[in-house]
Design a protein around this ligand. Structure first.
Ligand code: GLN
Length: 547
């Protein structure tokens, strides 16, 4: 059975619990243990799939088709363990399961209560796959004291109580604010936060304290004494230049050792941190820089494109260059000329998105990249719009557009080069959707295979002709227009195995213009940059040498 590490937060939100969890996962792996990371979110949405990216940042999609919290992206990027549907749960999902069971009569007429019914549901979730790994790291979203979070805290308390002694530990993240006037780090908020935890029956074994200043020994002792943890289990978390320094930084501060001590694992296996040293070396020892424009809709909140930003950083690591990303708000350019704004960039990326706003601006970006021979990577909507651009400006289908925009506007204005697919094949099964299906369940979600054309640019980039990538979209490029577009030079270089769904397009006479229907950014890692991003950055370096 796995050992469980429950990770909670206090004092303020945004302390980097997700990053601390991911880094700890990587450190335990470096010591030879297997890990799985999980996120329990207190909000009432059943999953983040229907939340606006402005609200909640990116939706991270798993191979098995779950729409999950972006923290699962951190977990995967640090541990390389593919996240699963069962690694993310929200209060909404838990309550919806409980209510479904109640309607089915599973509770045999009992009164349904938070304790034990909701907490039991959470405990069942925690136990999934408990035999598969050495360590299960479970992060509780939000901060201790939040009303929505209470059932989760109660459930992890009970869970640890149900287990044999020594199988579960609690790690709590807090903040040590610095008062410039007195030149002091204050421990009181941490003490209060731990009291709050203790009042609900949880005694933390490890305290991770975010601090902008070195934590003096005296303060460490004080925290240990007042919060009832061992001194060496008070671990400092200082600000870092790059998130990828986190595993080495936490190791340096003794986090992994503190965890092994708490479980009384001794002798502790020695860690092999070579991979992380290499990642940090590639982050800091770069030769030159490239400037890449991301022409998107949710540019005010960078978290909305978290995985893309990280994948570009990984592409930079692969080439040992710094990648400067600039966000260009596509919506502004629906009605204005975009060319002058894009001047000087070494590559252009149009990411995924939903809805019509901003799409004319993105189409202009695709046209600019095609005409000026600037590297272009179109992801999902970014591919669909590149195809629409080709159809309008090269193939003469002047009213080319996507059904998505017509649906939104409630009238037919476009020739549907991109259309709403209602039936497709996943593995050996047929998937169907009907108009009126609930919003959460109508997308082509998760991992699908694609077959790449021999000799294409994309086949060279992958070094293979069969790939599997993650999807999240409702609309598809219609193969009805394939011949016409191929004659114009836009090659359909990757297709679904049944040949019905275009997965990749590329311009034959362009140095690097690729559109992909899937989300390659979700599988990129600092220690294994995704080949598309590695090659896209390489192409950007080439452009930078020309100017
Ligand atoms: N809105 C488009 C679709 O649903 C693209 C989705 C995306 O970019 N993830 O097909």
């Amino acid at each position: 059975m796995a050992r469980y590490i429950f990770i909670t937060g206090g004092v303020v939100s945004s302390l980097g619990k997700g990053l601390a969890s991911a880094a700890l996962g990587a450190l335990l792996q470096a010591r030879g243990f297997s890990v799985r990371l999980r996120k329990l979110d207190p909000y009432l949405n059943v999953d983040p799939g229907t939340m606006s990216p402005f609200e909640h940042g990116e939706v991270f999609v798993t191979d098995d088709g779950a729409e999950t919290d972006l923290d699962l992206g951190h977990y995967e990027r640090f541990t390389g363990v593919p996240a699963r549907m069962t690694d993310s749960v929200s209060s909404g999902r838990i309550y919806s399961n409980v209510l479904e069971r109640e309607r089915r009569g599973d509770y045999l007429g009992k009164t349904i209560q938070v304790v034990p019914h909701v907490t039991n549901e959470i405990k069942e979730f925690l136990a999934i796959g408990e035999d598969e790994v050495d360590f299960m790291l479970c992060e509780i979203g939000g901060t201790v004291g939040d009303i929505e979070g209470l059932p989760f805290f109660e459930a992890i308390r009970q869970f640890s109580h149900d287990q044999p002694r020594g199988r579960c530990i609690f790690m709590h993240l807090t903040l040590l604010p610095y008062l410039a006037a007195s030149g002091e780090l204050k421990t009181k908020p941490t003490q209060h936060s731990v009291k709050e935890l203790q009042s609900i029956g949880i005694a933390p074994d490890i305290l991770v304290c975010r601090s902008e200043h070195p934590i003096p020994d005296k303060e460490r002792e004080k925290i240990a004494l007042f919060c009832n943890v061992r001194k060496e289990a008070v671990v400092a978390a200082y600000d870092l230049k790059s998130i990828y320094e986190a595993p080495l930084a936490y190791h340096h501060e003794g986090l992994d050792q503190a965890v092994l001590n708490a479980f009384e694992i001794s002798p502790a296996p020695r860690p092999d941190l070579g991979v992380w040293r290499d990642v940090v070396d590639r982050t800091h020892n770069t030769d030159g820089a490239v400037n890449i424009a991301i022409v998107g809709k949710y540019v005010q909140l960078e978290d909305a494109y978290k995985s893309i930003k990280e994948a570009l950083t990984h592409g930079g690591m692969a080439n040992r260059v710094k990648v400067n990303v600039e966000w260009v708000d596509a919506e502004v350019f629906d009605t204005q000329d975009l060319a002058s704004r894009l001047e000087g960039f070494h590559a252009i990326l149009v990411p995924g998105g939903f809805g019509e706003r901003g799409t004319e601006g993105k189409i202009k970006a695709a046209q600019f990249a095609r005409e000026r021979k600037i590297p272009y990577l179109g992801i999902c909507l970014g591919m669909q719009l590149a195809v629409i651009e080709a159809a309008r400006n090269i193939a003469g289908i002047t009213t080319a557009g996507s059904e998505e925009f017509d649906h939104e506007a409630g009238q037919k204005r476009f020739e549907p080069v991109v259309y709403h697919l209602k039936e497709w094949v996943q593995g050996n099964t047929k998937v169907r959707r009907k108009p009126g299906d609930s919003k959460g369940g109508t997308m082509r979600l998760g991992a699908y295979d694609a077959v790449l054309k021999e000799g294409s640019k994309i086949a060279k980039i992958y070094g293979t002709t069969t790939i599997e990538e993650r999807h999240r979209h409702r609309y598809e490029v219609d193969i009805k227009y394939m011949d016409q577009l191929e004659k114009c030079g836009l090659h359909f270089s990757g297709m679904s195995p049944d040949g019905r769904l275009p997965e990749i397009v590329e311009w034959a006479d362009h140095p690097w213009f690729i559109g992909v229907q899937f989300h390659p950014e979700l599988k990129s890692k600092p220690f294994a940059p995704h080949p598309i991003f590695a090659d896209f950055v390489r192409a950007a370096i080439e452009t930078s040498r020309l100017v």
